[in-house]
Design a protein around this ligand. Structure first.
Ligand SMILES: O=C(O)CCC(=O)C(=O)O
Length: 287
């Protein structure tokens, strides 16, 4: 039901290329939101102890609870990752943040996030004429209401993925007011999914509302890139998981196979190809 059709995919990919971000056409189902929030609340309460106002961030959350692994399998996200990277992609990063109005004033990626682009610091991904290619695609799943406008919504600068990070300025010299016309703030309904290019400039100010902001970020990259926040999984930790889940989580295999797909490797993510694409491995005839 969530599956994007080929026309939607073409439109979203054109927007992603132009703007550096897209909002997916469908929100998460309410039962999925409820399941994720229940786990986030459980983990957050444990992490907080007595400090009930503390913001909490959990890295590599796919290993925390199966609910996050299920989110990693969100079909429209995998369809867009396939459009960006082809069949040889896997999980790059997953985390959740539970962020109340904590009053810390910190911009430490937990209580709030400063303006930046993702990637190895400082902007070490290769560039051509100052522009970075896409190395990973990141999805923000916003689980609580942000339409009130003071919840510390994600912000981006439209089109900034085609420019140097913060136009080459230091964080101290960067002024978001200079980019006001292109600043986009996602004051969105619960369940909204935003995807963005890793080179997109983005930030999130502190939550100043009474509604705790709860969200998950999941990103995908080519299999020849190491994930940002996870080690190689043990074979035991992948037992009982589907072919697709094991692939995304980095199933152990010989070194070359991260680069050169063997046998069925390039077909593992095959169902996320466009409906009108030939199956991977089909030889085209030009006669
Ligand atoms: O706090 C946020 O929502 C933004 C997170 C962020 O900038 C990041 O994960 O790179």
């Amino acid at each position: 039901m969530n599956r994007l059709n080929d026309d939607q995919r073409a439109t979203l990919m054109a927007q992603l290329d132009r703007d550096g971000y897209v909002v997916l056409p469908q929100k998460l189902d309410s039962d999925v939101i409820a399941r994720l929030i229940a786990v986030i609340d459980r983990v957050t309460n444990q992490a907080r102890g007595a400090d009930k106002k503390k913001s909490v961030k959990q890295q590599n959350c796919v290993d925390t609870d199966p609910a996050f692994r299920a989110l990693m399998m969100h079909e429209p996200a995998l369809q867009l990752a396939y459009d960006c990277f082809g069949p040889m992609f896997h999980l790059c990063q997953s985390n959740f943040v539970s962020r109340p109005n904590d009053g810390t004033g910190k911009s430490d990626f937990v209580s709030a996030s400063p303006w930046h682009a993702d990637g190895p610091r400082p902007g070490l991904f290769p560039k051509v004429s100052g522009v970075m290619g896409m190395h990973y695609l990141k999805f923000g799943y916003f689980l609580t209401d942000l339409t009130h406008g003071s919840g510390g919504s994600l912000q981006v600068v439209r089109g900034s993925h085609k420019r140097m990070e913060l136009d080459g300025k230091s964080h101290a010299a960067f002024r978001i007011a200079d980019y006001e016309a292109e600043r986009v703030q996602f004051d969105c309904e619960a369940g909204t999914v935003v995807a963005f290019h890793q080179a997109q400039w983005h930030a999130a100010p502190p939550n100043e509302s009474d509604i705790e902001r709860k969200n998950v970020y999941v990103s995908y990259c080519p299999t020849w890139m190491r994930p940002l926040d996870r080690e190689f999984p043990s074979a035991e930790s992948l037992e009982g998981l589907s072919d697709e889940e094991r692939w995304l989580l980095g199933e152990p295999r010989p070194a070359q196979q991260w680069w050169l797909p063997r046998d069925n490797d390039a077909k593992r993510m095959g169902r996320f190809a466009r409906d009108n694409d030939m199956p991977v491995g089909t030889i085209r005839s030009y006669e």
